[in-house]
Design a protein around this ligand. Structure first.
Ligand code: 5GP
Length: 226
């Protein structure tokens, strides 16, 4: 990902796509991540799904009606969008751009369909997939969650079975057996990705430019081995 205009001291942020079958614990992990990694924000998606009791508009989602969503999609205002359990979900392009330009990384907690769109549009994003320890663990979590989720239990299990096959398309895999261990693994991935040469080029160039005679090839330049 490129950096801002040279001379500015700030790097452009990175997109981090985070997917998992429902019941894997991705929302909890995403919340813990943004609370503990500096310069990491979580994207607030648009959705046509009804608001749940414990959710706040503008914080958990931007809750909109289908017409509003369709108009936004028509105006190409989404980086990606998908239909899940009969509801529409999308990532707003403008907020995404502002956050990245401001130098923060942005976590997109989205389904596998949305992730494959982001892969086409932002191939340099980081893709993390969270797996449950096994099927039984997923089943138990889904049952505990009960009616708060969209779709029936059978529907969610079917979707989970399909979604889990997408793990092969992601760069990093985390098995969410223990939350603290998963949190550490996700942090390491996000922090290490910031140090990639492609993201650090302008920083390295600025450092090199402080050296006397930088840019000029002098007789002091190291020779390549013959
Ligand atoms: P829920 O209705 O339980 O909050 O979310 C259902 C599914 O929609 C989850 O897998 C969640 O990650 C996904 N989702 C939430 N926001 C978006 C979005 O903006 N785009 C896509 N593609 N999926 C989303």
């Amino acid at each position: 990902m490129s950096t801002r205009a040279s001379g500015e001291n700030e790097q452009r942020g990175n997109l981090v796509v985070f997917s998992a079958p429902s019941g894997t614990g991705k929302t909890t992990l995403a919340r813990r991540l943004v609370a503990s990694v500096p310069r990491l924000r979580v994207s607030v998606s648009y959705t046509t799904r009804p608001r749940r009791r414990d959710e706040q508009d503008g914080i958990d989602y931007h809750f909109v009606d289908r017409d509003t969503f369709a108009a936004m999609a028509g105006d190409d205002e989404f980086l990606e969008w998908a239909e899940i359990y009969g509801h529409l979900y999308g990532t707003g392009r403008q907020a995404t751009e502002e956050i990245l330009a401001g130098g923060s990384d942005l976590l997109l907690v989205i389904d596998v369909q949305g992730a494959s769109w982001v892969r086409k549009r932002a191939p340099r994003a980081t893709f993390i997939f969270l797996l449950p320890p096994d099927y039984q663990a997923l089943l138990q979590r889904l049952r505990r969650r009960g009616t708060e989720s969209s779709g029936t239990e059978a529907e969610r299990l079917l979707v989970a079975r399909d979604e889990i096959r997408a793990w092969k398309e992601y760069d990093f895999l985390i098995v969410n057996d223990d939350l603290e261990t998963s949190l550490r693994a996700a942090k390491v991935v996000i922090l290490a990705d910031r140090q990639r040469r492609s993201r650090m080029e302008s920083v390295a160039e600025r450092v090199v430019a402080t050296f006397p005679g930088a840019g000029a090839v002098s007789s002091d330049s190291p020779r390549s081995p013959e």
